[in-house]
Design a protein around this ligand. Structure first.
Ligand SMILES: Nc1nc2c(ncn2[C@@H]2O[C@H](COP(=O)(O)OP(=O)(O)OP(=O)(O)O)[C@@H](O)[C@H]2O)c(=O)[nH]1
Ligand SMILES: [Mg+2]
Length: 462
């Protein structure tokens, strides 16, 4: 399935989102991009080959003498293009029909439909960007909040790549030193080699661990925090959801048992995304539908990364509250004591038995009291109150994390070998493995099918 670097195919796809819009863009890339465009693009200035590179040109797409659309065509000659190949971008009128018809003309004139992510894959295979930068492209497209966007842009700029490359260079230096020691044993001062390797590994491990430390934060920034609101019926869970997303999304009534099925939404709070779920109030019930909802609530709570456990502060704590509190005792949670606009009946000291007091917030969704505190707690819980700068690098993909962990494992092996004064060949072997594990991040040492899989998760036209 993989497309080889020497593929002669010229590929094409609609690169803008499907639907109606101001402009739709059809992108063509490959050796025949200009030839194909020439067949269908009529303009006053002449052939595409005669046009200056990196210019935008007015004209019409025509097929069998029929005018298909009025367009602007960008002509970009290799190698300074997205894919490093000849690239044509046809800007036509946005609209499902116009873009589809122009694409159809392009395909009939000799281009092949691109696979998802194939343009970016070509940029990678042609050496313009490495794999971590290619992954950053898709992260930029998918980013749901400012922080995720900023982190992805910094990765596209090559910040992570440069760091990984530096580590790999250091490993190569160590390998060279060992090779020399093996080839010219008469010049080798064994102690010096071991000392040098030990110091090198120590520094390397520190550098990699620093990156690994960012993995949890990186994942949260990229994917958001999976948050579930739970509590007894009628405490105000759906009201909180509606408040947070600023929309009347969930039905709110004063009848306990209003929410039956779960409702998923996502919200941004100061750059942090919460993937939030409102659930059915948990209670013993004979109602079949409600019962199913209650089961779902419990299951979602089990898998959540953060729980908003809500209590009605205007009522005394009930056994049902206690049972729910107990069931989430070991989870990361914030206990929200709602309806603080009414007279307080719930005993906060008893609630403190279930969590650190700093994670209890008295709120009134109705009167907009306590939300700022809620946001502060979340920030403190997940980012330890840290503010991130432009230079921060985050490991946000599980794939990258696994490669780093693998590298650390081999470096540990090397350190053990050195400690036990075992032969230098062992060191070379493990260092080579660590070198290759790090290369997986930039894509220099990855199997083709894994690379294919990564790009297949891209969207069409990118
Ligand atoms: N006084 C007061 N009433 C509130 C507050 N928050 C919610 N309510 C009211 O409490 C009632 C229940 O609110 P919901 O948001 O439907 O409660 P729920 O927890 O989703 O209930 P179920 O879906 O039945 O589990 C509604 O009448 C809300 O208007 C608050 O802060 N103060
Ligand atoms: Mg509800």
């Amino acid at each position: 399935m993989g497309i080889k670097i020497n593929s002669d195919d010229t590929i094409a796809a609609i690169s803008t989102a499907m639907g109606t819009g101001g402009i739709g863009i059809i992108r063509i890339s490959g050796n025949d991009a200009f030839k194909i465009a020439d067949k269908i693009f009529k303009n006053k200035k002449g052939n595409i080959h005669d046009l200056k590179s990196h210019t935008i040109n007015y004209g019409h797409i025509t097929y069998n003498d029929e005018i298909i659309d009025e367009v602007l065509v960008s002509v970009m000659k290799s190698p300074n293009t997205y894919t490093k190949e000849d690239v044509i971008e046809i800007n036509c009128h946005g609209g499902i029909k116009s873009t589809e018809k122009v694409l159809e003309c392009v395909l009939k004139s000799g281009a092949r439909m691109a696979e998802p992510g194939e343009f970016t894959k070509r940029a990678f295979l042609n050496g313009r960007i490495d794999l971590s930068q290619a992954e950053a492209v898709i992260d930029i497209i998918n980013s749901k909040n400012d922080m995720a966007h900023k982190a992805a842009v910094s990765r596209l700029d090559g910040k992570l790549s440069r760091k990984v490359k530096k580590c790999r260079e250091n490993i190569l230096l160590m390998l060279a030193h060992i090779e020399a020691a093996i080839d010219y044993p008469e010049h080798d001062d064994e102690m010096m080699t071991y000392d040098m390797i030990e110091k090198g590994c120590y520094d390397l491990k520190e550098e990699i661990n620093r990156l690994l430390d960012t993995a949890d934060t990186g994942k949260i920034i990229r994917e958001g925090i999976n948050t579930v609101i739970i509590g007894r019926p009628n405490v105000g869970k759906s009201s909180l959801l509606n408040y947070l997303i600023d929309e009347e999304r969930a039905i709110v009534t004063d009848i306990p048992g209003t929410t039956r099925d779960i409702i998923k939404e996502y919200i941004n709070i100061n750059g942090i995304t919460l993937n939030i779920i409102d659930t059915a109030g948990i209670r013993e019930t004979e109602d079949t539908i409600e019962k199913m909802g209650v089961e779902k609530s419990k299951n979602y709570a089990k898998d959540a990364e953060l729980i908003f456990m809500m209590i009605d502060g205007s009522k005394e704590l009930s056994d049902e509250d206690r049972k729910i509190l107990e069931s989430v005792r070991d989870k990361k949670k914030i206990i929200i004591v709602n309806k603080c606009d009414l007279e307080k009946k719930a005993d906060i000291r008893e609630i403190e038995n279930y969590t650190d007091k700093k994670y209890i917030v008295e709120m009134s969704v109705k009167e907009d009291i306590g939300t700022e505190k809620l946001y502060e707690i979340i920030k403190e819980m997940f980012f330890a109150g840290k503010i991130f700068g432009n230079d921060d690098i985050f490991i946000s993909s599980e794939r990258n994390k696994q490669s780093l962990l693998k590298a650390v494992k081999y470096i540990d092996n090397v350190m053990e070998t050195v400690e036990n004064k075992m032969p230098e060949d062992f060191i070379s072997m493990d260092l080579t493995e660590a070198y290759s594990a790090l290369g997986e991040i930039t894509g220099e040492s990855l199997e083709e099918d894994i690379i294919d899989k990564i790009f297949s998760e891209f969207c069409l036209g990118k």
